[in-house]
Design a protein around this ligand. Sequence first.
Ligand SMILES: *Cc1c(COP(=O)(O)O)cnc(C)c1O
Length: 217
Amino acid sequence: MGLSDITTRIRKAEEAAGRSAGSVELIAISKVQPNARVEAVLEEGHRVFGENKVQEAEGKWPDFQARFPETRLHLVGPLQSNKTRRAMELFDAIHSVDRPKLARSIARIAEETGQCPDLFVQVNTGEEEQKAGIAPADVDGFLAECREMQLPVKGLMCIPPVEETPSLHFALLAKLAERNGLSGLSMGMSGDFEEAISFGATHVRVGSAIFGERVYD
Ligand SMILES: *Cc1c(COP(=O)(O)O)cnc(C)c1O
């Protein structure tokens, strides 16, 4: 548990997979965590964090970023269209591009401002009813639309179904990315990031294994 332990485990998994040290980016998912815990990880020197809600990020990160200016933020949760503009201001990367309407809205704002975060297309690899994401069969077409709009799509992202073996989902995501010439793979969380790295993850999203269990009240 804790940042240094997770960093060590990532280095080992990179090595085991024959990947170069530092090829996997650790996104520390700080949603819901008390500020003191987040601050401790900042003090340890980590500078890449993830949140799943625009509003929560807005409340907590401007102050931290004033003190730790080189901090980069990733949005990993669902994005409502009416919060697109704010999200594009706050975040350096958005991992939840999950529908054509959102892609169009991002493209419109990017054209207007001349700026766009790095984008990941979320794929619903388990084809779960309640989960966001592009169905695997629609990924190629959706990415073609994104290319037409000149969106800076860096890769694909998935959240495997809780009751299933994640490796099948990691393998599927890797295959879809490769077929579309994308190098980024946002996959792997506290319970399975080493496995995700063995399947080629470039970005792992780890929360509770760094900060401790989230306490919801
Ligand atoms: C909360 C969250 C994580 C981190 O989950 P842990 O199991 O705490 O590591 C990763 N990805 C997404 C999209 C999340 O919402």
